[in-house]
Design a protein around this ligand. Structure first.
Ligand SMILES: Cc1cc2nc3c(=O)[nH]c(=O)nc-3n(C[C@H](O)[C@H](O)[C@H](O)COP(=O)(O)OP(=O)(O)OC[C@H]3O[C@@H](n4cnc5c(N)ncnc54)[C@H](O)[C@@H]3O)c2cc1C
Length: 460
């Protein structure tokens, strides 16, 4: 039998048999296959259920542990507040600087501050003067101090003097400074000024020492906070003219008794009226130059007038420096009506004057242009309508648009300082009653000038 003579090609052999050996699966792969087989056809939630249960179990275990250990550890800081008036909270000494032989600047920062800031608590507002209490744990004594809305933003490399910045945003809260006078025989002040950086102190507050009385302008936009640079302090908003004007007050402070006034002057929402401050100090070095600069800015914005009396330089507050009192602009709802009537009458007078000038063919002269100033024609200066000029900052607003020749009289006097000073200025305070309210009669120089219990506040 004849076979066709074709050469053998293994590629054409389709019926090839392979004898390759497949190794059996290892137990891990078999287990995964088993899991895959079991999961096939289940919903995603059923697939994730075991992991969810394990996660929930871990969380429960963590919180149970946290709950049972929380109360047992008194040093654990679980409170979210920056300050509480019913409970001491931990703060740390974050900066210390010796101002002069007797005075120290201490910056306190709320422990774990970053976590507490989420609650957006604002501590400072110029509507009240407030203090904190600091506790000395080992001997269980407490002393009051006046926090200022300032924090240390940097340090001068040569003098080590801190660059202070005003607390103006909520993210800057939780830090403040106190100025502590160290008394040679004062156990607490010696301990406080001797603390090292990062040491912990217990702080309670705010404790309101004086709250300004309600005024209808409280419902309106606050006066802008002072700024670290003069040109950055925003101008005052314009308030309705028909409302009573804000109250003006006078402040007599000595030693660390000047601090409550600085607190409200530097805070957001500072008092809207004008204040005059008389500061009695032992030495010029008792007050930081940076405070003097801020005070000067406040003066240049027309908010306050400062008088410093330095004992070392033979300067002393006398009865010549004590102002006479006047009635408040607002003492009740009746004043609102009177103020509205006065405003309507003023508008009527202005309208009458305008009509009279139009009849006489004269230009309307605006009220803000001083009559004493040389005539505009003589000076060859174009006449400006000052009501249409918008000030960029509080300094411009005061200097060019609101400058006054006389200081407005005060309707309230606040006195703070050592007992002898308070007694000489306003009479002896008497807090010997259950409420610990000052019920002593007004005396001293203020009494001689006609001030009474109704318009004097002693901060004791
Ligand atoms: C609301 C309030 C706010 C305060 N704010 C501040 C503040 O910001 N900075 C600050 O340094 N102090 C402030 N003080 C005073 C502070 O609370 C302490 O009284 C002071 O630090 C002295 O405490 P001490 O234990 O060291 O002295 P103490 O042992 O109480 O007294 C030691 C000596 O100092 C005298 N002394 C105590 N206090 C005064 C005083 N105020 N004036 C004059 N002589 C005094 C005493 O007669 C005694 O001779 C404030 C007090 C109050 C009530």
């Amino acid at each position: 039998m004849d076979h066709p003579k074709t050469p053998y090609n293994p590629a054409n052999n389709k019926e090839e048999t392979s004898y390759e050996f497949h190794a059996p699966k290892n137990p891990k792969e078999l287990y995964k296959d088993k899991i895959r087989e079991r999961a096939r056809g289940k919903t995603w939630i059923r697939k994730l259920l075991p992991s969810l249960l394990i996660g929930a179990g871990c969380l429960w275990a963590f919180y149970t542990y946290d709950y049972f250990t929380r109360e047992k550890d008194p040093n654990r800081d679980t409170d979210g507040s920056l300050l509480r008036d019913d409970k001491f909270l931990p703060y740390i000494v974050s900066f210390k600087y010796q101002i002069d032989p007797d005075h120290y600047l201490v910056e306190l920062t709320r422990k774990n501050r970053a976590q507490k800031l989420i609650h957006n608590q604002r501590l400072f507002s110029g509507d009240k003067m407030w203090s904190i209490e600091i506790a000395k744990p080992d001997i269980n004594i407490v002393r009051s101090y006046t926090p200022l809305p300032l924090f240390v933003a940097g340090v001068d490399p040569t003098t080590q003097e801190p660059h202070l910045q005003l607390v103006s945003k909520s993210e800057q809260e939780g830090k403040f400074i106190i100025i502590v006078k160290r008394y040679p025989d004062g156990e607490f002040s010696k301990w406080l000024t001797g603390l090292q950086l990062l040491q912990s102190v217990q702080v309670r507050g705010p404790i309101t020492d004086y709250k300004f009385k309600f005024h209808p302008l409280d419902h309106y936009e606050p006066r802008p906070q002072l700024s670290n640079t003069l040109e950055k302090t925003l101008p005052d908003p314009s308030y309705p003219e028909k409302l009573p004007k804000p109250e003006n007050f006078v402040y007599y402070g000595a030693g660390t008794g000047i601090l409550p006034f600085l607190q409200i002057l530097y805070s957001p929402n500072p008092p809207k009226g004008f204040s005059e401050a008389f500061f009695s100090l032992k030495s010029d070095s008792n007050i930081l130059n940076q405070f003097k600069t801020l005070n000067y800015f406040a003066e240049k914005c027309g908010r306050v007038k400062f008088h410093y009396f330095i004992e070392d330089q033979g300067q002393k507050l006398t009865d010549k420096d004590i102002r006479s009192s006047t009635l408040p602009h607002f003492s009740g709802a009746k004043d609102l009506k009177v103020s509205e009537e006065v405003y309507r009458y003023k508008l009527l007078q202005e309208k009458k004057e305008e009509v009279r000038r139009q009849i006489e063919g004269k230009d309307v002269v605006h009220e803000n242009v001083s009559e004493d100033s040389p005539s505009m024609e003589d000076a060859n200066i174009p006449q400006l309508d000052l009501t249409k000029i918008k000030a960029d900052n509080a300094f411009q607003q005061f200097s060019f648009l609101r400058k006054r020749t006389e200081l407005p009289p005060p309707s309230l006097a606040i006195v703070c300082g050592p007992d002898g000073f308070v007694e000489a200025v306003a009479g002896k305070a008497d807090i010997n009653n259950v409420e610990m309210e000052d019920r002593g009669p007004i005396g001293g120089i203020l009494k001689g000038k006609g001030w009474t219990e109704a318009n004097v506040k002693r901060l004791v």
